[in-house]
Design a protein around this ligand. Structure first.
Ligand SMILES: NC(=O)c1ccc[n+]([C@@H]2O[C@H](COP(=O)([O-])OP(=O)(O)OC[C@H]3O[C@@H](n4cnc5c(N)ncnc54)[C@H](OP(=O)(O)O)[C@@H]3O)[C@@H](O)[C@H]2O)c1
Length: 279
């Protein structure tokens, strides 16, 4: 149990998932938790569901916080920080899940050399299956990293990386669920095209992705080894694998990660007020 006074700014998709995960894991009691959001309706709902404190402005609640989780969209971050920075104190730990924005920038915008742990979870946090990466920024220590790892660990798996890898993490696992949704949808459509009822095709497509992922994870074997094992000479699977290679499935996914990584870098430049076409 961390038992820290936590303020979460941004009670949207990711903020809600983190709130639920932290309380479910018993990391801190609800009375130590404050959610800040501009939507009074969302705040009333989390108050009702979790018994946490709520506020529409961060400025009034930041002074009492030990840990502040930033879970707003990148384009609102500057305004959010400027709204509370006067009341922040240097020992408060900031945990940011804001895509693309460097931890050092957050610390310098607050202006008090706060420790910042930058994190990149993904939407599977909603079902406690997130793939998250974290890194220590500015004055963050191993102890700060451990706090962030415990918090992100409440909603899935966590790896530690160097900050220069965060854009690639964003391109791979941060945005990755969207790529896999497209894969599931396309597999389902393939089944429908070949005559399966849509509900049956969707169930089979979804479970195929879940099962294949579990096998990679639990066996520890390379995906290519597992693929070879189900590829009978002259059979159906090798015919389909040939088709996927000819149409460039792997090259497409590699390019998707590269493009999303570049976009993450551009977001950071934009937030810092630099021309996104430079560098
Ligand atoms: N969703 C993902 O898969 C994912 C994965 C990894 C990281 N992230 C990062 O997580 C962050 C949050 O993403 P999200 O999908 O949870 O976004 P979201 O659902 O839009 O949640 C953000 C919440 O903050 C509110 N908000 C806006 N301005 C605010 C302010 N000044 N003070 C307090 N609250 C304010 C938003 O209200 P409005 O809706 O009115 O703006 C919204 O309720 C983003 O930076 C994103 O890059 C997201």
């Amino acid at each position: 149990m961390l038992n820290k006074k936590i303020v979460l700014i941004g009670g949207g998709n990711m903020g809600h998932s983190l709130l639920r995960g932290i309380l479910k894991a018993g990391l801190t009691p609800p009375e130590n938790f404050t959610v800040v959001d501009i939507h009074e309706g969302k705040l009333a709902a989390v108050k009702e569901e979790f018994g946490v404190h709520t506020a529409t402005e961060a400025a009034g609640v930041i002074p009492g916080a030990e840990v502040v989780i930033l879970a707003v969209k990148p384009y609102t971050l500057n305004d959010v920080i400027d709204g509370f920075s006067a009341g922040a104190s240097s020992e408060q730990l900031f945990i940011s899940i804001v895509a693309g924005v460097r931890g050092g920038y957050i610390s310098s915008r607050i202006g008090k050399d706060n420790p910042v742990v930058r994190c990149m979870p993904n939407i599977a946090a909603t079902v406690d299956a997130a793939a998250s990466a974290i890194c220590a920024c500015s004055s963050a220590t191993a102890e700060h990293l451990e706090i962030a790892e415990t918090i992100l660990g409440a909603v899935g798996e966590v790896v530690q990386v160097e900050e220069h890898h965060m854009d690639a993490v964003t391109g791979l696992s941060g945005s990755g669920p969207a790529y896999i949704y497209m894969v599931i949808e396309a597999l389902c459509d393939g089944g429908v095209k070949m005559g399966l009822p849509r509900d049956v095709a969707m169930k089979l497509a979804t479970q195929t992705v879940v099962g294949a992922s579990r096998l990679v994870k639990e066996s520890g074997e390379h995906p290519a080894t597992l693929r070879d094992r189900v590829t009978t000479p002259g059979g159906t699977t090798i015919a389909a694998v040939h088709e996927l290679e000819e149409r460039g499935l792997r090259a497409m996914l590699i390019s998707a990660v590269v493009t999303a990584t570049e976009q993450s870098k551009a977001l950071d430049r934009e937030t810092r007020g630099e021309d996104s076409s430079k560098g």
